[in-house]
Every structure is written in C-alpha cells, then in structure tokens.
Ligand binder design. Structure first.
Ligand code: NAI
Ligand code: MG
Length: 363
C-alpha cells in the first residue's frame, strides 16, 4: 500500500444520506485496511435540515477555512422539502461547495453492472459492455446569472439569460475530458454540441474541441448534436467511451446515462477540482429520498461507488479496482436476501453494505 493518510470530510446530510453513509464508510475502511493507506475521517453535521433548524443557516460562517484542508469531501444527500424549501437547503450547501471549491468537472460513470437489469431490457447477456464517462462543465455555460427581466407583468414583458463560455472554462473541461479519454483503451472522445441551432456559443465550443484535439493526436474525436446524441445513448450506449458537454448538455446526459444502466440508487457522481487547490466532492446521484427514509431499505451502492471514485481521485487505484469488483461481484450474484427493494430484492441497507465490505476484504 501507499502508506498515505488522506483527510476526508464526511457530511451525511439528510434523509437516506444518514443511512447510506455508514455503509460507504464501512467499505472505504475495508479497502484502506486491505491496501495499506489511512482515511482520517472528520464528520460534520452541517449541510442538513437539523443544522438549519438549530442555527438558522446551512453552514457555519467559517466553512471555507474549515473544509479547505481536506483532501476530499464525502457527501451523502441534502434536502427535505417537507421541512425547508430546496432553494434554501441545496443552494445553501452543496451548490456553495461546487462554486467556492471550483469543482469545474462533474464526472459520472455509466457502466452496466452484472446483475442489474437495464431498462434497455432487450440487451442480451454477452452483449458489448456499457462502460463510459460523462464529463459535464460545472461552473459556467448556460447556467449563468447574467440576464434579467423588464416590463414585468405587462404586454412588453421581456426576459433574457445569457450563456457564458470563457476560454479558460471551456479549455479546462476539454483538457480534463481529453486526458480521461487518453487514459482509456479506446481513447474515444464524444463532444455534445448544437452548433446548428445555438449559433454563437456552440460553434465556439466546437472550435475549442478542434484546437484541444491537436494536443491529443492519439484521441479520436467525434461530435453530435445533443438531440441525436440522446437517441444514440439509448440505441447504442456501448459505443461511447468519454462524453463531454457544456453545463446544460452535460446535466441532461449525466442523468440519461445512469438511467440506461439501472436504478438511481447505484449511481455515483464526482464534483472535481482537478488542480487540487480545493477539495473535490463525491456523492451519490440520488437525493435524501424522504419517501423511504427510516425504512432502512435505501440502496447503499451509489454511496459506496462514490467512495470508489474518491479513491480513484486520490490515486489509490488498486483499492478502487477492488471496490468496483466487489460491487460487481455482489450485485452480479443477485442474491435476493442481499439486494435492496429498488433492485427487486428483500435486502436492507446494512445487509448490502456488509456484503460488499466482505467482498472487498475477500478480494
Ligand atoms: P431522490 O433522489 O431523493 O428520490 C427519487 C426517488 O428515487 C424516490 O422515490 C426515492 O425513494 C428513490 N431513491 C433515491 N435514492 C434511492 C436509494 N439509494 N435506494 C432506493 N431508492 C432510492 O429525489 P427527490 O425525491 O426528488 O428529492 C428528495 C430531496 O433530495 C429533495 O430535497 C431534493 O432537493 C434533494 N436532492 C438532493 C440531492 C443531493 O444532495 N445531491 C440530489 C437530488 C435531490
Ligand atoms: Mg441533473
């Protein structure tokens, strides 16, 4: 093992975040024990509705200084619309992290795990693997605050919102995506565009792709307009390797991708600051699931897989490989007493977490 120690900020948040977090930590501890590195965990109770109730805010005033020294943030889920509106809870915590910590890459794996029924059920066992990454620009693009509304409520009402693409912002996300593709066997990068309709910013995006591709001559590049690309995701998901998109297109593709590989309960996500200046954040894609919170049946795989992505980011590649193999092994055997109800089983959160922990230790 590397013998290194990593400082991890642990924020469980709300709802099933509190239930899946212990399983994620259990599996991470198993991987670190086996591979000879140390995770120094510090748990925080902020970024939750309980904290808000006690303190009237989602985060302590010194949250930036508090979190900056950590190597990564391991995050559960935040929000409970029955208690407080999402614009207070999510905007007051998770979205602050993404911006302040310049987590300009949003990264999601799309991988069909053995034993998981894809909604694309006509696929047969033995078909080509679905295994690709969606890289989303996470700080600018279509999600800008430049715009406004005038003549409100009159017949002249006028609303506008600008797309912002900076050269720095565009190039750094493309650089990340090209490097990710370069490190994979197929070395194929797919760019999402819409330069036939969005005639100023999207041609610029295409131009920067061409420019960046000169630095990565070994990476094959293809581009599709976002509309047909969504169709290809469904029709031939096995043909993708790394897919990169602007903030809006990446948002759409990063929900569609995991949707074709099964339940939301298993999908993880990374919000990455590749420079390392700020901590990156790893979380399951799902939210706090108030409808099942308390029943102890939440699927812990999204949380565990997010931990696996965190280890990859930290450079603990062998441990990360073991964690992914363990997930595949346990889901692959499809034991109904282990897998959770969202996957058709009778298992509970802790049973599935412990099964994956054991598989990691037995690898
Ligand atoms: P959700 O992801 O919490 O739940 C959607 C549906 O998927 C529910 O039926 C739920 O039971 C099911 N589900 C989710 N995770 C599951 C798991 N691990 N195992 C089994 N089933 C699972 O989304 P929803 O209901 O729209 O939002 C609930 C709250 O969570 C809101 O406050 C929302 O803003 C917040 N949220 C937070 C996110 C985050 O912290 N990153 C992301 C998405 C939503
Ligand atoms: Mg989304």
């Amino acid at each position: 093992g590397s013998g290194k120690t990593y400082k991890i900020a642990v924020i469980a948040g709300d709802g099933i975040g509190l239930e899946v977090m212990p399983e994620g930590l259990r599996c991470l501890q198993a991987a670190s024990k086996k591979h000879g590195f140390t995770l120094s965990l510090t748990e925080f109770d902020f970024a939750s509705c309980d904290y808000y109730e006690k303190n009237g805010k989602m985060l302590p005033d010194d949250w930036v200084e508090l979190l900056k020294p950590f190597d990564a943030i391991y995050f559960g889920a935040v929000g409970d619309p029955r208690r407080y509106p999402d614009h207070i809870t999510l905007w007051g915590s998770l979205l602050q992290f993404r911006r302040q910590f310049d987590q300009y890459v949003n990264l999601r794996p799309v991988r069909l795990i053995p034993g998981v029924q894809s909604p694309l059920a006509l696929r047969k066992p033995g078909d080509e693997k679905i295994d690709f990454w969606v890289v989303r620009e996470n700080t600018e693009g279509e999600y800008s605050e430049i715009g406004g509304r005038i003549f409100t409520g009159t017949s002249r009402e006028f609303v506008t919102q600008e797309t912002i693409m900076t050269r720095i912002g565009t190039d750094r996300i493309l650089d990340y995506a090209f490097k990710l593709a370069q490190g994979r066997p197929r070395k194929l990068l797919t760019s999402a565009t819409k330069s036939n309709g969005i005639s100023i910013t999207m041609p610029y995006w295409d131009e920067r792709v061409v420019e960046m591709s000169k630095k990565f001559p070994d990476v094959k590049v293809e581009k599709y307009h976002i509309d047909i690309l969504t169709a290809h995701f469904v029709a031939r998901p096995q043909s993708f390797d790394v897919v990169v998109g602007s903030n809006l297109f990446g948002d759409i593709l990063s929900d569609l991708g995991p949707a074709i590989t099964g339940t939301i309960g298993i999908a993880p996500s990374g919000n990455i600051n590749p420079t390392g200046e700020w901590p990156s954040l790893f979380e399951p894609v799902h939210g706090s699931a108030p409808d099942i919170y308390g029943k102890k049946i939440a699927n812990p795989v999204g949380m565990i897989w997010a931990g696996q992505m965190m280890l990859l980011h930290l450079g603990e590649t062998a441990a990360a490989e073991d964690m992914l193999s363990a997930i595949e092994q346990v889901l692959g055997r499809g034991d109904f007493s282990e897998i959770t109800p969202d996957m058709g089983g009778k298992g509970r959160t802790e049973i599935l977490g412990r099964a994956i922990e054991k598989a990691i230790l037995d690898m």
